[in-house]
Design a binder for this molecule. Structure first.
Ligand code: HT7
Ligand code: ZN
Length: 852
């Protein structure tokens, strides 16, 4: 009954011409006056406004008059004004409401974080602030007045006036309510200025709590780089006189692209060498860029309805990935993105939560901010670009911005601009948006020395396993990038894009002379699982010679994976991998971050996902030991080389988060991780005590915990940083994540009992629960202790912050792939949650999809 369907979309029967909001802020009794200038499209329709049950209506006027109370109805979620109470002409609707930000623990709508007022309105938070058509296709310019004792008062758009205890803001660009924001607090700014290419001077501010200014400089640098990049690469200029970013400690997700006033989780703004790792810096740069890029892809052009979420998110992720590739090493970024996609999205596609990039039904939209919508959504755009070429993509994007600026658009609109700009029919391509599941692509090779001077024929077949509600999967268009490497290691065929459209299809290469080795799915040209019959010697050959960095890394990955799978099934394996990886690690011509990625073994979770894709039941303990075993053997075999790398990759001088230094550190840390298996943790102990940056200290700490020698380092870190929430989050997370799996849930239990386990803070909760979920064999402990601990806390969190509880429940999404005992335990935990009194719509939808 609660399900919403894409097919039921109806336009809003009123036009909203302007929104005026007037806030009197007080922690437990904020008053909001809203004045909406409206015009009926269809005068027979009632006006239904969204409004949560905690919004208390104080007064309502239509054109200054109180309507007949019999024509106004209120339920838990809406306020309805009957058509008979509305003029058949433009009218003004004024409401006054009271809300209580201090009791808002769900962090949706207006809430308090450390005494600061702030908002989060995507997806449907605005309805907890006032009565409103809270849907993305209703767009209006906003004029906002804020009255408060707080010194800094911010909202969207440009400041009109800032006085003592009052500020007025005007946002001229029509926007939906989900992009509304307000902040009032005791804040200080790091300031700069950006001049757009057409000469607009934009004041830039990164607002943080007093004392945090020294950690906000990198965020500002990242913002300036993003603004420049969007002009250079997409021709998109900023369109207001000010751009504000605010860092907030209590935040449900990473950041939010509110027009002109981005609000960020403080962990994605604040960084200093002593507190943040290289990975944190890279993430800050990419999320600042992501939210900034939304100004055009999301804000100027928004989504017609929430089913179209991938329209803004897939495209904006794609854009932030391009940005990072341009700022840092493009091949390394591609490999990192594919690793993340496999770890999160392939896993999602494999289980009960699988859904299309554009879902066609949902109960709670917050449950659909997923890896499929975001990351697979970005992959789909990458494929589109590969299919139409760079020029076709540029023409299509120009047309998209020209045609849909100021509109709320759909995936159909998006595909149509590509069709119109390139002349290509995208009917079949659309299946990437509508059909769930990861296609499996099988490649068979046929070599005919006598035909056409040596002919190689590649035959591909595609099959997508069924997903919930979708049994039949017609073939999709799959761009398969292929190159050929001759027996001497030279490339004999540069990358060719094969376009697969059928269930089975063959492609031939002629005049090859000798049989080449196929380098397939170069650059990970499509988000598929590639099955090919290939032996370890051929993989090692590709690892040594492939000219495509992704395919080269993938060859090493496959080699490692095949060894790990055999080892986890009790068979001896790994010699080819150990040999080949040693040669690669010694190759000074390869860039350090690439070598680091090659040295990293697939994680336990990734191994389990691969086994499950092959129809094998993963054994978490056996996988964990296999990984340990292989890592130790690599370390034994290459101890001298690894030790040289560890020493020679040390970066001298003051820490800098720049890409080149970070790449050297990544190789150093990869070497340390392996050496740690054979040096009892001695190097890690020295590094922890001497390193002046968090990247190396954290790497060392993980090594020490793995060797059971982490206690002193953990205490030292705690003593040094117990007043720094972000470092303490790491402290909570790392000791569970890196723990011996047999002890993980016990350690989590102990940490959860601490006074400083401030569990209502989403970052702290995620640190601990996410730490356990990230310890694969620990979370999936056969006795069910990981499941029980997690379920207990999710039930507790659900009463306070349903969005966080529902999100973290995805820890269970893979449960059907394990053995009977684990399945039984996981099912019991899920059923316990499902049976909870007063379960939220968020968590209920998640657990019911998982048990279905
Ligand atoms: N568009 C935003 C997604 C979002 C969100 C952010 C913070 C808190 C709750 C939220 N719900 C949805 C972030 C983004 O993708 O850019
Ligand atoms: Zn986004």
């Amino acid at each position: 009954p609660d399900t919403r369907y894409l097919a039921d979309y109806q336009p809003f029967p009123f036009i909203l011409e302007e929104t005026r909001l007037d806030f009197d802020l007080a922690p437990d009794a904020t008053r909001v006056r809203a004045n909406l200038k409206m015009r009926p499209r269809d005068a027979t329709k009632d006006l239904v406004l969204d409004g949560g049950s905690a919004v208390e209506l104080l007064s309502l006027h239509i054109d200054g008059k109180v309507p007949d109370p019999a024509l106004v109805a209120r339920d838990d979620e809406t306020l309805t004004i009957a058509a008979a109470a509305l003029p058949d002409a433009p009218f003004s609707l004024t409401t006054e409401v009271r809300i209580d930000p201090s009791s808002n623990t769900a962090f949706e709508g207006l809430y308090l974080s450390g005494g600061m007022f702030c908002t989060q309105c995507e997806a449907e938070g605005f309805r907890h602030i006032t009565f409103y058509p809270d849907r993305p296709d209703v767009m209006a310019p906003f004029r906002v007045t804020i009255r408060s004792e707080k010194p800094i008062l911010l909202s969207n758009g440009n400041p009109v006036s800032v006085g003592d205890g009052v500020a007025e803001w005007h946002d001229p660009w029509p926007k939906p309510a989900y992009l509304f924001a307000l902040v009032a607090g005791d804040l200080v700014a790091v300031r700069d200025v950006f001049t757009t290419r057409s000469g607009r001077r934009v004041d830039l501010n990164v607002w943080v709590r007093p004392g945090d200014q020294d950690r906000a400089g990198f965020a500002m640098e990242s913002l300036i780089k993003s603004m420049k990049w969007d002009e250079d690469v997409y021709g998109r200029e900023y369109d207001l006189d000010v751009f504000n970013i605010v860092a907030v400690d209590d935040f449900n997700m990473g950041a939010m692209e509110n027009k002109g006033l981005n609000i960020f989780n403080s962990k994605l703004v604040l960084a200093s060498p002593e507190t943040a790792t290289d990975a944190d810096y890279e993430r800050i740069e990419s999320v600042i860029a992501h939210e900034y890029f939304h100004n055009w892809t999301g804000n100027r052009i928004t989504c017609r309805d929430w089913f179209q979420l991938c329209l803004k998110e897939g495209l904006t992720v794609f854009r932030d990935q391009q940005f990072t590739s341009d700022m840092r090493s493009a091949p390394v970024k591609r490999i990192e993105d594919v690793r993340a996609l496999r770890a999160r999205q392939f896993r999602e596609d494999q289980g009960p939560l699988a859904h299309p990039v554009r879902p066609d039904n949902y109960q709670e939209i917050n449950n659909f901010y997923t890896a499929t919508v975001y990351e697979k959504g970005a992959e789909v755009i990458g494929m589109l670009k590969r299919l139409v070429g760079d020029d076709g993509y540029a023409r299509a994007l120009d047309l998209y911005f020209e045609r849909h600026d100021g509109e709320a658009a759909t995936i159909e609109d998006w595909l149509k601009v590509f069709e119109d700009a390139t002349g290509r029919d995208l009917t079949q391509f659309k299946r990437w948006y509508t059909d769930a599941g990861t296609p499996h692509l099988t490649m068979a090779e046929d070599w005919d020395e006598a035909a056409s001077g040596g002919q190689l024929t590649l035959t591909f077949s595609q099959r997508t396993p069924p997903t919930p509600g979708q049994d039949d999967k017609p073939p999709r268009v799959i761009p398969v990038a292929v190159g050929l490497i001759g027996p001497n290691g030279d490339e004999v065929q540069a990358t060719r894009m094969l376009e697969m459209t059928e269930a089975q299809q063959s492609f031939s290469f002629d005049g090859l002379g000798a049989r080449p080795v196929v380098s397939a799915l170069r650059g990970f040209s499509a988000p598929v699982v590639l099955d090919r019959n290939i032996d370890d010697a051929t993989r090692a050959f590709l690892l040594a010679h492939d000219t495509d960095p992704f395919a080269r890394w993938e060859a090493g990955r496959d080699l490692a994976m095949s060894a790990l799978i055999s080892l986890s099934q009790g068979q001896a394996a790994g010699a080819d991998y150990i040999d080949a990886i040693g040669r690669l690690a010694a190759d000074d011509g390869a860039d350090p971050a690439f070598r680091a990625l090659c040295l990293m073994l697939p994680g336990d979770e990734e191994i389990a996902t691969r086994l499950a894709a092959e129809g094998v039941t993963p054994d978490p303990d056996a996988i964990h030991s296999a990984r340990d075993d292989l890592a130790r053997r690599v370390a034994d075999a290459h101890a001298d080389l690894l030790s040289d790398l560890y020493d020679s990759m040390a970066v001298s001088g003051a820490y800098s988060p720049d890409a080149r230094s970070a790449e050297r550190r990544s190789l150093r840390i990869a070497a340390l991780g392996l050496l740690n298996r054979i040096d009892r943790g001695d190097r890690a102990e020295v590094l922890f005590g001497t390193a002046g940056n968090m990247t190396e200290r954290m790497a060392a700490l993980i090594c020490l915990i793995r060797r059971g020698r982490g206690q002193a380092a953990l205490e030292a870190l705690h003593d040094q940083f117990d007043d720094n929430r972000l470092v303490m989050d790491k402290w909570f997370s790392v000791q569970v994540m890196a723990a011996d799996p047999a002890q993980a849930s016990g350690i989590a239990q102990r940490l959860a009992a601490r006074n400083d386990f401030d569990w209502k803070n989403p970052n702290r909760f995620r640190a601990l629960l996410g730490g356990l979920a990230g310890n694969h064999a620990g979370f999936h402990a056969a006795d069910g202790s990981g499941y029980d601990f997690t379920a207990d806390w999710l039930m507790r969190m659900d009463k306070v912050n349903p969005q966080i509880a529902a999100r973290m429940s995805t820890a269970f999404e893979t449960w059907p792939r394990y053995d009977a005992e684990r399945r039984e335990n996981a099912r019991a935990a899920l059923q316990r949650m499902a049976a909870m009194d007063g379960i939220s719509r968020n968590l209920r939808e998640m657990v019911s999809r998982m048990i279905a």
